[in-house]
Design a protein around this ligand. Structure first.
Ligand code: GDG
Length: 725
């Protein structure tokens, strides 16, 4: 079995340089604990920056020590840390992804540093990577690494998880390097996001910027399947529950209780960050104390702010703002035996954190934006007596899972004040009921379940890619088709037109046979053993005009019309068109509402075209129209087909399959069957052909066809080889 290589900006370790002597301490972060069992087993490895800039003479010592703990360091110089980490990661991507665009800086030098450091990470991973290994890359600092690895190792298994929000297209598009960043991410096989919103924002950017659509989160990138999904990260539930009942925690809790007395506590714990909404929270608490004087002296805010990124100017300013607000509130409300805010600007060991979780009546988690937020989950897991209330911002990913919390909009100060009051006066039974329900969910979707789900999904994508690949025509299959072709006496060859014999053009009227195709059709039809059928959804007049010079059969409008060689078009069956009037008036209503769309009326079908409609609006209208049409056609003998930027409505009895059957009856001595097509209307042809037929799908989506090729050019190539064989 291959190894798993985890790649993240930081290694799960802290190195302290005490006058040249280095000490190592394991990091307690959620990711580190969750992946503990993964990277410490077998030959698995964690690649990342060890957290400090080191002199060259220390590097080999650190490498050796870390390797023993399954870690491989990426060393960064002080300048790289400044430009790649503090700069592009934290002053460009972080504010943009958290919708703080007034703080985003756009500097080419920082982008260059970001690319260089991502390259450094990817090179180190590539040096380690062997066949069968799995790479799992984490977070916004390393968005380019998946593609950089893919370029060197095209078959690598690469997963990526984004821990922060993926912003809406409207924010993401502001970045000058948006295409490169997306392409970087699309080097992965599987991409995980905390919430469905993050995932759909990502897919929307992929569609608008890279022009790639998706089917339930699956995207085709240069003929490789890439899947995106929402996979909320859990916590190590048992670890937090156990820590909440540990002796050391209980001793601390008793000590804290003694010093603060019997007042109620509202807990707030965050890294210092503007995305966490700390000043807004303080202002809301200030207003709460004014509005509810009965709580003065009875409740305190217990606020831990963990120092973070203090080299970045915005963070320094934020720290000053918080200091001022705390000072002002405490100055105004404090009494001799009570202060409104207990403020700590430092970090604490886990037993202290657990004691804070235990002792607090309310946790106030009100970020302006947060990918997930683990503090609120840890608070819930620590409430062994199920008493306590969680106030949670709807802007935190966790709010999608913890719907039993009091959910607030962090910008709504009135609502925050109301939520504090509601939380502090909530009856115990209600607290217990909500807490138990949240605990159930967090126990089930814990960090281990998250890791397993991620790895399973990554494996599934890889299997899907392999299943698709097995159908791709290779040299051996080509020889097999050639042999069958040359040994046969009568051949029936069905060829779809658009996407199969010809590429797609912005203007479909430009798709008439080019010289290469003309030559191919001449040669193919010159062999009297070949009965060639062009089987298309296009109208009969166009096909007749384009294909006049060639002795072949034409099936038009998905099987409505058949034109035998040298004969005029005839309908293949008696068709009722009475339904057209009602549907036409519905389609016209949609045309009126959708600039750029138009209706095409064919003899036995109606087509709504949206190729020229604004991107996004066309898709929205299509969904609306399709469900409208499905409802209207429920009891009629009609089918609604979704094609390339079109919706077509036609009689259910008409399809390419019925037309193909008719031709099979005519050419009953056929001993070589072949059908090539690119969209799902061709599936009907594939289905009716005998087992021995060579059915070939253009493009990699699911199909009844036996084989697949990547583009119409390969179909032309294959047909030419058959003619020559
Ligand atoms: C990013 C995303 C997403 C805090 N104070 C102390 C301490 N902590 C621990 C908490 C918690 C962690 O730090 C903070 O995690 P969050 O999720 O709240 O926030 P970020 O650091 O911004 O993390 C976030 C996360 O990635 C995971 O995907 O949820 O949205 O921004 O575990 O307990 N730990 C100790 N002492 C402290 O004083 N020991």
């Amino acid at each position: 079995m291959g190894r798993t290589i985890i790649v993240s900006n930081r290694l799960p370790i802290k190195i302290i340089n005490d006058n040249g002597s280095l000490t190592y301490a394991a990091s307690e972060g959620g990711l580190a604990t969750g992946l503990d069992s993964v990277f410490k087993s077998g030959n698995n490895l964690w690649v990342g920056w060890p957290g400090i800039a080191l002199d060259d003479n220390k590097k080999s010592e650190v490498t050796k020590t870390l390797l023993k703990q399954h870690m491989k360091p990426v060393f960064l110089s002080a300048k790289e840390i400044e430009d790649f980490y503090e700069g592009f990661s934290n002053e460009t991507l972080w504010p943009n992804f958290h919708y703080f665009n007034q703080y985003t800086i756009y500097e080419e030098d920082l982008w260059i540093a970001y690319k260089k450091v991502n390259q450094k990470f990817s090179e180190l991973v590539c040096d380690e990577l062997e066949d069968g290994d799995t790479v799992w890359i984490h977070d916004y600092q390393l968005l380019l690494v998946p593609e950089m690895i893919r370029e060197k190792k095209p078959n690598a298994t690469i997963g990526f998880f984004l821990h922060i929000p993926f912003p809406s297209y409207e924010s993401f598009r502001l970045l000058p390097w948006r295409r490169e960043l997306l392409n970087g991410m699309l080097g992965s096989d599987f991409l995980g996001f905390h919430t469905y919103d993050d995932m759909r924002h990502f897919l929307s950017s992929v569609s608008r910027l890279a022009g790639l659509g998706n089917s339930n989160g699956t995207i085709k990138v240069k003929n490789r399947l890439v899947k995106a999904d929402a996979l909320p990260m859990g916590i190590d539930y048992d670890k937090y529950a156990a820590s909440a009942s540990a002796q050391e925690t209980l001793i601390r809790e008793a000590r804290y209780r003694k010093s603060i007395g019997s007042i109620k506590l509202i807990l707030s714990i965050d890294r210092l960050d503007y995305s966490k909404g700390i000043p807004q929270r303080l202002r809301a608490f200030d207003l709460f104390l004014t509005r509810h004087p009965e709580f003065n002296g009875k409740v305190s805010l217990f606020m831990v702010v963990v120092p973070s990124r203090d080299a970045v100017a915005k963070y320094k300013q934020l720290k000053e703002e918080i200091d001022l607000l705390v000072g002002s509130i405490n100055g105004r409300y404090s009494r001799l035996n009570w202060i409104p805010i207990h403020y700590f600007y430092r970090s604490f060991p886990l037993p202290a954190l657990s004691a804070f979780y235990r002792i607090s009546d309310v946790a106030l988690v009100s970020p302006m934006r947060d990918g997930m937020n683990l503090v609120c989950k840890e608070y819930v897991a620590s409430k062994l007596d199920h008493k306590g209330v969680l106030i949670l911002s709807e802007m935190a990913g966790a709010s999608k899972e913890l719907s039993d919390a009091i959910i607030v909009n962090p910008n709504d100060i009135q609502q925050l004040v109301g939520a504090m009051y509601k939380a502090l006066t909530m009856p115990e039974e209600l607290q217990i009921k909500s807490m138990k329900s949240m605990q159930e969910s967090l126990k089930r979707y814990n960090i281990h379940a998250w890791v397993k789900l991620f790895m399973d999904q990554l494996r599934n994508v890889k299997n899907d890619q392999i299943n698709l690949k097995t159908k791709t025509i290779d040299a051996a299959i080509e020889l097999e088709i050639q042999a069958a072709y040359s040994h046969s006496k009568e051949r029936l060859i069905f060829l779809d037109y658009d996407g199969t014999l010809s590429g797609f053009n912005a203007n479909p009227d430009d798709s008439k046979p080019d010289e290469e195709l003309q030559e191919l059709l001449h040669k193919l039809t010159a062999d009297s053993k070949n009965k060639v059928v062009v089987i298309s959804g296009r109208g009969r007049h166009t096909l007749e005009e384009w294909l006049k010079p060639f002795p072949l059969e034409i099936v038009a409008e998905h099987g409505v019309w058949l034109k035998r060689i040298d004969k005029p078009f005839k309908t293949l069956m008696k068709i009722n068109s009475d339904w057209k009037k009602d549907i036409l008036s519905l389609l016209e209503r949609y045309v009126n509402r959708t600039p750029g769309s138009f209706v095409e009326e064919k003899d036995y079908s109606l087509v709504w075209h949206y190729r020229k409609v604004e991107t996004g609006l066309g898709e929205v209208r299509t969904r609306e129209l399709t469900s409208h049409l499905k409802y209207m056609t429920a009891n009629a003998n009609l089918q609604v087909l979704e094609g390339d930027m079109i919706i077509e409505i036609k009689n259910s009895d008409i399809n390419k399959g019925s037309a193909a059957m008719k031709l099979m009856e005519i050419y009953e001595n056929t001993d070589f069957f072949m059908a090539c097509g690119d969209d799902w209307t061709d599936e009907d042809t594939f289905k009716v052909l005998p087992e021995t037929a060579f059915t070939i799908k253009v493009g990699g989506s699911e199909s009844q066809a036996k084989y697949s090729v990547n583009s119409y050019k390969e179909i032309r190539g294959l047909l030419n080889k058959l003619i020559e064989s």
